[in-house]
Design a protein around this ligand. Structure first.
Ligand code: GDP
Ligand code: IMO
Ligand code: MG
Length: 437
């Protein structure tokens, strides 16, 4: 069994919590794209983990975790994260953590270029996490990137760093920054790369063998559908493919071996960084936005930036369901809405007075969109920690059903709090079958 988990909105839907919960039933958890721009928070008892590069299965001592070929890996961030996890008493040895030899490395000049690129864009900036993600993927597509396997050979690493830095420094200097020095980069990278050596693996082969041995594999998407470089609100996107097809490419798994796709959908929407957000709560709705931000702790787990908050966008989420082929949806953060009198759900868009029900390609259009809302009553009852669907207030049940109908996919799981056991698994859902098989 191979299941992919994908965010349906603009990220931070609660993928980490759901992956952690499901990981118990799986043998292997693999990331397939992105890097340490992700921030997946998981709470276990009194311990809080924010996972960036590591799959959220890492907390489960008996699971094997994989960083797939589609990822971009900053070796410094990799070891910082390992050290943080070890400090919390979890072993992270090469026996249970495999890094693809085909993944690309994020170098210090990628971080510098991320800064200059954002500076150059000024008001049009993307609001990236400044982790060097975009420039590393640019080098990958430009066929000059440094892969993990390349870095294992000191001569190749030196050659590539020197060659790439020459070009990178031209841009860095143009923007008034100090040029970086190849000898300093190599001095920093060489010991890190050596430390990485025991983790390096032909991960697609490893996953193929695991599948043949009937191991269960969970593929953990980072970022989300509307941040996908092809399908998202381009150019306000990340530089990888979090969508379902990306899981096959980025983990090196044949598409027809993937048995199911789970969408993670939050009961409302948020966005970090710039870019169009049709249902954003703006003038006149600041109070609701602030209430949601505080109740939902909507601050970036990586950058700590306050997340922009908005109403549920059924157009965007239905688009995500269609693109990824969600078999089931995990609906998160129901409890955050407990305090609201009423809830708006965007069921269509209007551009220049014309009604559209599809997600437009042009970001420019998205900025001018007028959302068409349907308003549902709130429930004003505490749902935190509820584990049985029957125990939810009627209006909460109606809200869940409304969202399911609008996006056209079953809701198989409802999350009612950040902790593992604050979860409802819906009976006879596809999700339940994955969870219990
Ligand atoms: P991810 O990037 O998709 O893994 O999501 P993040 O971890 O960045 O952000 C989700 C936040 O919501 C985290 O702080 C989670 O602990 C928290 N969370 C997840 N599910 C729930 C829920 O059902 N209720 C509440 N109140 N918090 C949740
Ligand atoms: P998780 O996995 C929310 C956003 C950034 C920026 C854009 C591009 O925790 O859901 P990048 O650094 O990737 O080039 O930034 O994408 N972004 C995220 N937003 N959650 C994330 O990850 C994100 N990863 C990147 O804010 O707008
Ligand atoms: Mg996050």
């Amino acid at each position: 069994m191979i299941i992919v988990i994908i965010g349906a909105q603009w990220g931070d839907e609660g993928k980490g919590k759901v992956v952690d919960l499901l990981a118990d039933r799986f043998d292997i958890v693999s990331r397939y794209q992105g890097g340490h721009n992700a921030g997946h928070s998981v709470y276990v008892g009194d311990k809080a983990f924010v996972l960036r590069l590591m799959p959220s299965g890492i907390i489960h001592q008996d699971k094997t975790c994989v960083l797939g070929n589609g990822m971009v890996i900053d070796p410094k961030a990799f070891f910082e994260e390992i050290d943080q996890i070890r400090e919390k008493g979890v072993d992270v040895s090469p026996e249970r953590l495999k890094v693809s030899s085909r993944a690309h490395l994020i170098m210090p000049y990628h971080r510098a270029l991320d800064h200059t690129s954002e500076e150059r864009l000024g008001n049009e900036k993307i609001g990236t996490t400044l982790r060097g993600i975009g420039p590393a993927y640019e080098d990958k597509a430009g066929r000059r990137g440094i892969r993990v396997a390349d870095a294992m050979s000191p001569d190749v690493l030196k050659l590539r760093v020197e060659r790439n830095l020459e070009e990178a420094n031209r841009i860095i200097v143009l923007f008034g920054q100090q040029p970086l020095r190849a000898d300093e980069i190599l001095e920093e990278m060489t010991p890190l790369v050596e430390r990485l050596r025991p983790y390096v693996c032909e991960t697609s082969h490893f996953l193929a063998e695991a599948r043949k041995a009937n191991k269960k594999i969970l593929l953990e998407g980072a970022q989300a559908t509307l941040l996908d470089v092809d399908h998202g609100t381009y150019p306000y996107v990340t530089s990888s493919n979090p969508t379902a097809g990306g899981a096959s490419v980025g983990a090196g798994i044949p598409p027809h071996h993937i048995t199911g796709v789970l969408g993670i959908v939050r009961t409302y929407a948020t966005r970090v960084g710039e870019g169009p957000f049709p249902t954003e709560m703006l003038e006149g709705e600041e109070d609701v936005a602030n209430l949601i931000r505080e109740r939902g702790n909507e601050y970036g787990s990586v950058t700590k930036r306050p997340r922009r908050c908005g109403w549920f966008d059924a157009v965007g989420t239905r688009y995500a369901a269609e693109l990824n082929g969600f078999d089931s949806v995990a609906l998160t953060k129901l409890d955050v809405l407990d305090a609201l009198d009423e809830l708006k759900v965007c069921i269509g868009y209007e551009i220049d007075g014309k009604r559209i029900d599809t997600f437009p390609a042009v970001s420019h259009d998205l900025r001018q969109i007028k959302p068409v809302y349907e308003t549902l009553p709130g429930w004003k009852t505490d749902t935190l920690g509820i584990t049985n669907f029957e125990d939810l207030p009627d209006n909460a049940k109606k809200y869940v059903q409304f969202l399911s109908d609008r996006i056209g996919v079953e809701i198989g799981l409802i999350s009612t709090g950040p902790e593992r056991d604050q979860t409802i698994i819906l009976k006879e859902s596809v999700m339940e079958s994955w969870f219990t098989s």
